[in-house]
Design a protein around this ligand. Structure first.
Ligand code: NAP
Length: 461
């Protein structure tokens, strides 16, 4: 009798300020933190514990009862207990029948068990309606009040009504529920807090690989080569010169890699004549981490700016300038200003400044707080049109830096071209292919494909 009446009580819409009673099994860190937050939000909380004794840590407005007694008082029971202790719940199967059990548990490792903890709970108490929620929120955040409404609580479960009840609680606590579907999604939700920057893995590993490659490349060309052939010790280049070579190279290559998957996707769609076939997995994953690639590129570009700013105070640079001045004085003649060189040098700097400015603008618009405030067209304009303009300016910056050095044999030490020349390969390919794709004979069919047209329709009428 008790069992059913508590269910009906909780399912009835809440018309007063006082909300329904919620039961929490477990008076550990998470149970207590959630209990506190719920009491603050107007819920009555009853704890189910192995020991009915209260302690100073337990919210004073909450009751602490045995599991059986506490379960009878509410329709929703939050299981704030580690999965390995769930076994005792089988003895309560009868009392838990028809109740909403909220599984908040996390694991120590990704895919630690063959089934999710929530599915395991549903197997142990088959008559209950299990909902997964709250596992992405920490006890500390609940207690310290560092949660804000933008914090999402991922919710899943097979029973729609039960899920709705839990989502109402989430909203009442000032959080945002995100319905992830049936209980099958629980495994993914449980893995979520255990992932370490999944979208950053590829950009960071790629950057580390490229940094290592270009470091040794520059070391061979700029330090080892002069030492072998001219007995000059330029090992101090490792501190500033080489990093200041690697940073712009990485920034340019990674920026080009942000736009390369889009170009490849266009080629694939043109080739297949449809947009309704999935891209290969590697391309899908690459497209998903474009924002992260762009932000890593921006970090390298910013470092390049900082390294460049210190150039005038470097002792090697000051020594070179003074020795040039002295040699001109000794030769009793000053070199006339080469206007072409002055033009090229100023253009190179100006292109770099404009490129960096747009780069920063791209970075800012990729922040959620900014991107949430622009519409789809504005976002596409910034990320695509301004993005390509940034790539053009940065590529032009590197091309003008190279000037006539591309064909100069002294640029090739041990047949190795200057590192910046390598950095131009990917951006130039992206820009040329993108330019070709704007030709009407390619752009028109591509636009049609993206609007749903198919060369060979899969489902002809
Ligand atoms: P905890 O501090 O160790 O508390 C667990 C509680 O479970 C204990 O206080 C105890 O409560 C109860 N318990 C322990 N052994 C038991 C047994 N053999 N039988 C029945 N009950 C037992 O752990 P917690 O940090 O609160 O975490 C609880 C759950 O919330 C875990 O599944 C965890 O993954 C999840 N979670 C925690 C956090 C967090 O930030 N801590 C965040 C998200 C999710 P009684 O003494 O009252 O019986």
């Amino acid at each position: 009798m008790n069992k059913n009446s508590s269910n009906i009580m909780a399912l009835a819409p809440n018309t007063s300020n006082k909300r329904e009673t919620v039961c929490i099994f477990g008076t550990g860190d998470f149970g207590r933190a959630l209990g506190h937050k719920m009491i603050q939000s107007g819920y009555s909380v009853v704890f189910g514990s192995r020991s009915a004794q209260t302690s100073g840590l337990i919210p004073k407005d909450a009751e602490v009862l045995s599991h059986t007694e506490a379960a009878q008082k509410a329709a929703i029971i939050i299981i704030a207990i580690q999965r390995q202790h769930y076994n005792f719940l089988t003895q309560l199967a009868e009392i838990l029948h028809g109740k909403v059990l909220v599984d908040v548990s996390n694991n120590l490792k990704i895919n630690q068990y063959p089934e999710s903890n929530a599915e395991y709970l549903a197997q142990l108490v088959p008559g209950a309606k299990v909902v997964k929620a709250f596992n992405t929120v920490s006890a500390w955040a609940l207690q310290s009040g560092t949660l804000d409404a933008s914090r999402q609580v991922l919710v899943c479960g097979d029973d729609k009504e039960a899920k709705q009840m839990v989502m109402d609680i989430v909203r009442a606590l000032g959080l945002t529920p995100l319905d992830k579907g049936s209980l099958l999604a629980a495994q993914e939700i449980e893995n979520y807090p255990l992932q370490l920057f999944p979208m950053w893995k590829f950009p960071i590993l790629l950057s580390l690989g490229l940094v290592t490659f270009f470091f040794f490349y520059c070391l061979i060309r700029d330090v080892i080569y002069p030492y072998v052939y001219e007995k000059k010790d330029f090992s101090f280049f490792i501190a500033i010169s080489i990093p200041n070579r690697i940073c712009p190279i990485l920034a340019l290559i990674l920026l080009a890699l942000v736009y390369l998957p889009g170009v490849l996707a266009a080629i694939i769609q043109l080739y297949r004549g449809t947009k309704y076939r999935r891209f290969p997995d590697w391309l899908d994953k690459w497209m998903l981490c474009r924002k992260q690639l762009g932000l890593v590129a921006l970090a390298f570009a910013s470092l390049h700016v900082l390294y460049t700013l210190v150039i005038p105070i470097r002792s090697y640079v000051r020594w070179r300038i003074s020795s040039q001045t002295i040699s001109q004085a000794l030769n009793n003649g000053t070199e006339p200003l080469n206007t072409t060189n002055a033009w090229l040098s100023d253009s190179y700097l100006s292109l770099g400044i404009l490129g960096f400015f747009l780069f920063v603008l791209l970075g800012i618009t990729s922040l959620p707080s900014v991107s949430n405030n622009v519409n789809w067209r504005e976002f596409r304009f910034v990320q695509s049109k301004l993005g390509y303009l940034t790539l053009i300016l940065c590529t032009a910056h590197a091309l003008v830096y190279g000037r006539n050095r591309f064909l100069n044999p002294s640029s090739y030490r041990w047949y190795l071209p200057n590192a910046y020349m390598l950095s131009l390969i990917v951006p130039c390919i992206v820009l040329v292919v993108k330019f070709v794709l704007t030709f009407p004979c390619l752009d028109k069919p591509l636009t049609q494909i993206r609007q749903g047209w198919e060369r060979k329709p899969q489902y002809s009428e």
